[in-house]
Design a protein around this ligand. Sequence first.
Ligand SMILES: [Zn+2]
Ligand SMILES: [Zn+2]
Length: 262
Amino acid sequence: MKFEMLGVAQDAGYPHPFCHLPCCNAVRQGQALEQLPAAAALISTGRSILFDATPALPQQLELLPCFPEAIFLTHAHIGHYTGLMYLGREATNTHNTPVYCSESMATFLRQNAPWSQLVELANIELRVVHAQESIHLIPGVVIQPFEVVHRSEFSNTYGFKIRTESETIVYVPDADTWNGWPIPLREILEDATSAYLDCTFYNAHELPGRDVTQIPHPLVVDTLKDPVIVEAMQRMQVYAIHLNHTNRLLQRQSHPVLLNTL
Ligand SMILES: [Zn+2]
Ligand SMILES: [Zn+2]
């Protein structure tokens, strides 16, 4: 059983569409590695479960040993669910692929085309799960959603805790802040053995002309000082995911980057 990232970039991927600054030219010139938007998979012999359906779903399916038997969605921002379009009749035309998500995410998909067609044609089967509910799909594996504070234009946002027989993994690709969660991050990380956390922006200087404090994501420089995360890093590996194209961590040659080593 292994938990693997299938990409570590923010929703738009790396290089960023039509960015011709040095950050993205580094990929075009072969000095940095291309990265697909953040998604993860739990893989065991002949089985896989996908977390987030990104717009790069076709490339990410190539990284799996088999078609995912279920998809867990965090929220309704483009990098996290639009890959569902590849389950429709123009693409893989799946039959009742289970899609686990919150009530508001399910309502969004049911009520808005083209996603509603996936439901009507039974390409996907929406399975609403509530925060803290335990989902059992693979023997010995328990998946639990929890509420994350994040911009909620179209849906609320979930993170997922994945317990296997040997590990407890926390996956949070998108968050506005580490504070004020209905169940505090401290409690969520308590029994974890590793965590993959939103590290969209490295610091407040990387978007010239924009006030990064107005774009709600914890900055890596602040995350590294957050008492809950500092404490967690003493007993588990914490990885940086969902990196914006401007984030200097994307220049590393190996991903996901371990925050413990920064
Ligand atoms: Zn995102
Ligand atoms: Zn988001």
